[in-house]
Design a protein around this ligand. Sequence first.
Ligand code: NAD
Length: 295
Amino acid sequence: MNIAFIGLGNMGAPMARNLIKAGHQLNLFDLNQSVLAELAQLGGRISASPKAAAEGAELVITMLPAAAHVRSVWLGEDGVLAGIASGVPAVDCSTIDPQTAREVAAAAARQGVAMADAPVSGGTGGAQAGTLTFMVGASAELFATLQPVLAQMGRNIVHCGEVGTGQIAKICNNLLLGISMIGVSEAMALGDALGIDTQVLAGIINSSTGRCWSSDTYNPWPGVIETAPASRGYTGGFGAELMLKDLGLATEAARQAHQPVVLGAVAQQLYQAMSLRGEGGKDFSAIVNSYRKPQ
Ligand code: NAD
C-alpha cells in the first residue's frame, strides 16, 4: 500500500520503520531532514510537503506533537487536505484534545475523506517493538479499514466509538495514571518516613486494596521494581513533560464539559512544579522526589 506518513519523531519514526518492514511504500514528510534521510535509506520516499505526501497516497497517517501542528499539517495551504484524494482513509495518531480531533475530521469529511483519531500508549519502546495500543475513534467501517495497518504497528487495536473517542480514552486513562502515581508516591514516602521497610510496604500494598499499576509494575520507589524507571535513575520511561501535556488536555477538556477534575488539577500543579525544578525530562514517577529530602 502507498502510505503518507507525516511526523517522524520519537514515535513516528519507529512506527514508519515498521510499516516499511511490512512491505508498504511510504511518502514521508517531517521538518527534520536527518530523520527523512535515515528513513529514505530504508526505502521511503521524501516528500516536499504534507500536501505532496498525500498526493497519490492510499492512506494518510500523522504523528505530531500537539493540536497546533495537527491543524497546520492537515488544514494548512500545503496541508494534507490540499493533496489527499476523496475516499482515501486517514488517521491522526497524535495525542491532542478531542475537540480539535473532531474539527479536523469534520473538515476532512467535507471533502469526502473519512478520518480517525488513534492516539497510542506504549511509549517509544512499544513503537519500536510494534506493540502499541491504539485507541481508535472512527466509524465501524473506517475502523475495519484501518485495523490491519495499525496492527502492523501495534498489538491492541481498540475501537472506542466515533471520532474523538480515542482521544477521550487516552486523556481519561492518563488523568488517572498521573493521579495514581502521586498517590503511590505519597504512601511510599510516608511509610519510609515513619520507618517501615519500603519493600515490605510495597509487598503489602501490592497484595492489598491499594494495589494499582503505579504500585505493582511501575513503583516510584527506587529498588522496589527492578524494571521500573525508579530503579535506573528515572530515565527511559514516560517523561513528566508528556504527562503534564496530557493532564493539560484532560483539565481543558473538563473545563469545556463543566466537569470537575479536582485531583487532576492538583496533579497537574505537582508535575508543573517538577518541571520548574528542571526535572521535566525525567520519568513521571520521579514525582516521588516531591515527597523526599534531596537524595
Ligand atoms: P516528537 O516531538 O519526538 O516528534 C514529533 C515530530 O513531528 C518531530 O519529528 C517534528 O519535527 C515533527 N513535526 C512537528 N511539526 C511538524 C510539521 N508542521 N510538519 C511535519 N512534521 C512536523 O514527539 P513524539 O514523542 O514522537 O510524540 C508524538 C505524539 O505522540 C505526541 O502527541 C505525544 O503526546 C504522543 N505520544 C508520545 C509518547 C512518547 O512516549 N513519546 C507516548 C504516547 C503518545
